[in-house]
Design a binder for this molecule. Structure first.
Ligand SMILES: Nc1nc2c(c(=O)[nH]1)N[C@H]1C(S)=C(S)[C@@H](COP(=O)(O)OP(=O)(O)OC[C@H]3O[C@@H](n4cnc5c(=O)[nH]c(N)nc54)[C@H](O)[C@@H]3O)O[C@H]1N2
Ligand SMILES: Nc1nc2c(c(=O)[nH]1)N[C@H]1C(S)=C(S)[C@@H](COP(=O)(O)OP(=O)(O)OC[C@H]3O[C@@H](n4cnc5c(=O)[nH]c(N)nc54)[C@H](O)[C@@H]3O)O[C@H]1N2
Ligand SMILES: [Mo]
Length: 759
């Protein structure tokens, strides 16, 4: 597909519906799927099927006949494509040439088929044998200082491969284990852990049956977790109120037609999703929630005077929380002027939301990147917890925080040891189990790894999946620094931009996808993943692999591990690869509570739940209570407003999965044929002396004086609050300073980037 001149026109339809089916049909044709591949769609998210490779939304115990969505179907088609990127392709194209290609065109060539080594003389990748690749990678790594090596992983990798990968890094000598979670829900992991003692949400699918209000912050369900629209629709049919806070009117949060419901499809019926929609400013959530809390406190005071039922749950506050008094003092001291200014919402709108909250018996707080990817991202998450605590909305049916995770196993990777933080791994147990001394020094997270690549202290980078260079901020400096690496190893299914930047030694190793048949010495294998609600599912691939030269991720990790980790009588990496149930036994030994009877429970319908103490009101925090946090600022962006400075939100379209670009349409936002869009408020366009359709550049307006620039963006009038802009990720990442990240969690602050417009 050519990314020619696009057009933007308001989209009138609902989320789902016929547009959804057309979009799937397009990609199925483009990827030239055969009948065997097509037959896989109904196996998605079924108990004996495979776990979708798209998002981490839970897989219900009683699935729909077709438990998949538009995005899941696209992700499946993307993996099962009949197109191939072979050594012959690389004979024709140098890396210099390929760096001129778009992300879409690189991946559109299809699945990688052979292990490849980069030859600097020809500037091309060339096929190598697996044995040579492992031997060479091992030799380079053995000669290096372990502290200078990074082991990145993207959240798609199974629990089995992730466990092996983390173990390998620790036995090699570091915990430099950044993962995509560092750019995503790490603000959740840090914020929820501090506030309620668990790093994950407390709610599950059946909570949708008991809630009476959903409060939604910065999560775009229609594009990023469409299967959840079914749950929202069911809630709405029951009369549940849905109150949404989002700078953009996202179609999936407005209306939905179930593409799998013949009646709705034939009658063009649709369900309204949000009952209130508040278009707050990017970075305005703390202020909006402070406003809601102001009403709740005021109404509670009034009720006490009139001897009416209380609005706050005082018994809960007293028994289960600390910090309420300080929090309430801050809320009372914050003026309405500040709340309105910082949130961009009028007081009466906040009053409406507060009214729903005060009346509801059980409220779920659902959120995504709109909260986590800010300088005050952790404060955002903790502010949502504050709000829930006010009426005891944690630890009972239908109530609690629900962070919507991204990658299908991103939460699970953390569970089995992919983390740079020592306190999150049972280090002593690992040492006993495997008889080695594990590193205790904190490892590098994503931001620290970027710093290390730029300053030259990181000398080798191994990536188990993902597209690190494209996903992280500071694109220009990162791409310029990458060739300084001594070693760059990428394990991947398709060619992406990161693969086009070489180190002194460079390998691109192709692996099986999760939907493909994985046969080892003991027979066909299954793997497992953990969803957003802490349920663990088995997944079995059945399709013939894209190439006979592919290895599975566990086999590739083992291939490297046997070269870099000294022989150890307690680990037989090859035996693990021959039978993955042995890896699961090892995982169970390390984490006996979570993974009890792991192999026996692998294919439990709906998954098996790993448990959650906060959902039982047991608070594993420093005080033994749920903790209010008083935010230090009402503005989550971390920077001050200034003349000509805008807050740029970097967004996903409906036609991408992270850095994988499926196409150039963003149906719900009315964009066709282009990604070079700058969403802008009409009044701002006029005030800046611009006109719709004009091409402009964005420049970084961070205070560090570094020049960062993204050119050729088309000014597009859009319903977006004044002072805010929207542009697509990953193309906009060039504008994000590496030091512009959430304070405590180091998640790049991709939802409020300071920029100015250059006409
Ligand atoms: N099809 C598809 N599915 C995906 C992905 C994909 O790229 N494509 N990515 C996967 C991954 S890894 C993740 S993490 C998730 C991401 O899914 P989401 O969490 O939905 O992330 P985004 O699409 O980046 O943006 C979320 C929303 O936040 C809003 N927003 C921006 N700034 C603010 C703010 O300051 N306040 C509020 N309240 N809202 C704000 C935006 O308008 C947008 O609607 O999806 C996963 N699923
Ligand atoms: N500006 C901005 N930046 C962002 C974000 C944002 O909202 N705005 N979002 C952030 C978020 S939430 C995330 S999660 C990160 C995503 O960062 P990553 O997880 O690193 O990126 P992906 O685009 O998901 O990775 C895509 C690549 O993964 C490989 N791949 C696909 N399937 C498999 C597999 O089964 N095995 C292996 N080994 N490889 C596979 C393919 O080669 C594909 O090219 O980006 C972050 N960056
Ligand atoms: Mo993510």
């Amino acid at each position: 597909m050519k990314a020619g001149k696009g057009r933007v026109k308001a989209f009138k339809g609902p989320a789902g519906g016929w547009g959804s089916l057309r979009s799937v049909a397009e990609i199925v044709a483009r990827e030239r799927l055969g009948p065997a591949a097509l037959a896989q769609l109904p196996r998605q998210n079924k108990a004996e099927g495979f776990a979708c490779v798209s998002c981490a939304w839970p897989k219900p115990a009683h699935p729909h006949p077709a438990e998949f969505c538009e995005e899941g179907a696209k992700a499946t088609a993307w993996e099962l494509t009949s197109l191939r990127t072979t050594p012959a392709f690389f004979q024709k194209h140098t890396l210099s040439e390929l760096r001129g290609w778009r992300d879409y065109d690189l991946e559109q060539h299809g699945r990688l088929t052979h292990p490849l080594r980069y030859n600097a003389d020809s500037d091309k990748y060339e096929a190598v044998s697996w044995e040579d690749a492992f031997r060479d990678i091992g030799a380079v790594l053995r000669a290096m200082d372990a502290k200078s090596v990074v082991f990145y992983s993207s959240g798609r990798t199974s629990l089995e491969a992730s466990y092996m990968y983390g173990l390998m890094a620790r036995m090699y000598g570091n915990q430099n284990l950044p993962d995509s979670s560092n750019m995503c829900h790490e603000s959740t992991s840090v914020g929820l852990k501090a506030a309620i003692g668990v790093p994950v949400g407390t709610t599950r699918l059946d909570d949708f049956e008991h809630c009476d209000a959903l409060f939604f912050f910065g999560q775009n369900t229609g594009s990023n977790s469409p299967r959840m629209l079914h749950d929202l629709r069911t809630c709405r049919k029951r009369g549940v109120e849905v109150v949404t806070f989002n700078p953009l009117r996202e179609r999936g949060l407005e209306r939905f037609t179930d593409p799998q419901n013949p009646l709705e499809m034939s009658t063009l019926g649709e369900t309204d999703i949000s009952t209130q929609y508040h278009q707050l400013k990017a970075g305005g959530d703390i202020a909006a929630m402070t406003g809601i809390a102001k009403f709740l406190l005021q109404w509670d005071d009034d009720a006490a005077l009139k001897c009416e039922p209380e609005v706050l749950d005082h018994a809960f506050l007293k028994q289960h929380t600390v910090g309420f008094a300080d929090f309430a003092a801050m809320v009372r001291a914050t003026s309405w002027e500040v709340v309105e200014q910082e949130s961009g919402l009028p007081r009466h709108a906040i009053e409406q939301a507060a009214g729903v909250y005060a009346r509801a018996k059980a409220v779920m707080g659902i959120y995504g990147m709109g909260l986590t990817q800010h300088v005050k991202g952790v404060d955002n998450v903790r502010m949502l917890v504050n709000l829930l605590l006010l009426r005891g909305n944690i630890g009972r049916p239908g109530a609690g925080p629900m962070p919507v995770r991204g990658h299908s196993n991103v939460q699970g990777q953390r569970t089995v040891g992919i983390t740079e933080k020592t306190e999150l791994v049972p280090i002593d147990r690992l040492e006993r189990q495997y008889g080695f001394t594990a590193p205790r020094e904190k490892g590098l997270d994503t931001v620290e790894s970027c710093r290390g690549v730029i300053d030259g202290s990181v000398k080798a980078f191994v990536a188990l999946g993902g597209n690190f260079l494209r996903a992280v901020p500071e694109t220009a400096a990162m791409e310029a620094a990458w060739p300084g690496l001594d070693l760059s190893v990428q394990i991947a299914t398709k060619l992406n931009r990161n693969h086009l930047f070489s180190g002194k030694t460079t390998y691109l190793l192709p692996c099986l996808g999760r939907i493909e048949r994985d046969v080892q010495a003991s027979g066909p294998q299954a793997v497992s993943v953990e969803d957003s609600t802490s349920c663990i599912h088995g997944s079995r691939g059945k399709v013939a692999p894209a190439s006979e030269h592919l290895l599975s991720e566990p086999a590739i990790v083992a291939g490297i591990a046997t070269q870099v980790v000294p022989p150890n009588p307690r680990i037989d990496w090859d035996a693990w690869v021959s039978d993955y149930s042995l890896i699961r036994d090892a995982i169970e030994e390390t984490y006996p509570d979570v993974f009890k009877d792991y192999n026996a429970r692998l294919f439990t319908p709906g998954g098996f739940w790993k448990g959650n103490k906060a959902s039982e009101r047991i608070w594993q925090t420093s005080t033994g209570k749920a903790e209010f946090l008083t935010p230090t600022s009402q503005n989550a962006t971390g920077f001050a407003d200034a003349a000509h400075r805008y807050r740029l939100m970097t967004l996903r379209s409906n036609d991408q999965f992270n850095t994988t670009i499926y196409g150039y349409h963003d149906r719900f936002r009315g964009v066709k044929g282009t990604r070079d869009v700058l969403f802008m408020n009409s009044q701002d366009i006029a005030a800046a002396g611009l006109r719709a359709g004009q091409t402009v550049a964005l420049e970084s307006d961070a205070d560090d004086g570094v020049k960062r620039r993204r050119t050729d963006l088309i000014v597009t009038p859009y319903a977006i609050p004044r002072g805010c802009l929207g542009a697509y990720y990953p193309e906009a990442n060039v504008l994000i300073p590496v030091e512009h990240h959430a304070e405590e969690s180091h998640v790049p602050a991709a939802k409020s980037v300071p920029v100015r417009i250059v006409a």
